[in-house]
Design a protein around this ligand. Structure first.
Ligand SMILES: Cc1cc2nc3c(=O)[nH]c(=O)nc-3n(C[C@H](O)[C@H](O)[C@H](O)COP(=O)(O)O)c2cc1C
Length: 226
């Protein structure tokens, strides 16, 4: 593969993976991927990203606490940041609905199937059983520009993983559970929990991994000015 083909392949073949094999990831490779991610650009080179690699004992505690919290009346807590608009409008509403129903269709979860939805939430909170579980945070006093930088770090990490034969899923679900994540990972108040990241090898037998969300054609979102 030429370098061009390799870059294109890593970008095109990456998918949000929702079922992983238990095969471990070499810690040296993980460190290398994080170093690659940190080559992301950032405004005035602020490098605002903060990452936690969640080891086995912390992870066991975190996942147990998160799943227990599903039955707690205190959740959901107030959001620390809004990922989604309060009211979805077109064209975003249709795209979101399509993604949801395509995913739940593959999982065999029908409308109103609370147990099925709960299963998927728990799988999400278990990092879809990926061998690597990460948590991305940002200092609360930083501005929107730094959140752009964080997105570039995140994408670099996903693409670097893909280039090294590893699959991934960015997971905003953890932001909804920020009080539990903060407590279990001892994250100081000055940081906002942005998202989790699962990395590992995709489980080919997991039906959710057959999902291939489409993209809009370039012409639908690009204006060519003369
Ligand atoms: C920041 C971020 C957070 C996400 N959080 C979740 C999540 O919590 N659970 C999940 O199943 N997918 C999550 N996704 C995956 C998106 O649903 C997915 O990227 C989108 O549907 C496009 O699919 P693709 O990544 O396979 O191309 C997240 C994606 C991003 C970028």
């Amino acid at each position: 593969m030429t370098p061009t083909e390799a870059v294109e392949h890593a970008i095109r073949s990456r998918r949000a993976i929702r079922g992983f094999l238990p095969d471990p990831v070499d810690p040296a490779l993980l460190r290398h991927l994080i170093d690659l991610a940190a080559q992301a650009p950032s405004g005035t080179n602020m490098q605002p990203w903060k990452l936690r690699v969640i080891g086995p004992s912390t992870r066991t505690r975190l996942e147990a606490a998160l799943i227990a919290s599903l039955d707690s009346p205190d959740l959901p807590a107030a959001e620390e940041y809004r990922y989604y608009p309060e009211t979805f409008r077109e064209p975003y509403l249709s795209r979101r609905r399509k993604l949801g129903w395509d995913l739940y269709g593959l999982l065999g979860v029908v409308r109103g199937d609370k147990a099925g939805m709960r299963r998927q939430t728990e799988a999400n909170l278990r990092f879809f059983d990926a061998p690597v579980a990460l948590m991305l945070t940002i200092d609360r006093d930083l501005e929107i520009g730094s959140w752009l930088d964080l997105g570039m770090f995140l994408q670099n990490l996903l693409i670097a993983a893909q280039g090294h034969g590893l699959d991934s899923c960015p997971q905003a679900i953890f932001a909804r559970f920020h009080p539990v994540v903060r407590r279990e990972l001892a994250i100081p108040e000055q940081e906002i929990v942005v998202c989790g990241i699962a990395i590992g090898k995709a489980d080919p037998s997991a039906s959710a991994n057959r999902l291939v969300p489409e993209r809009e054609p370039v012409e639908n979102f690009t204006t060519w000015l003369d």
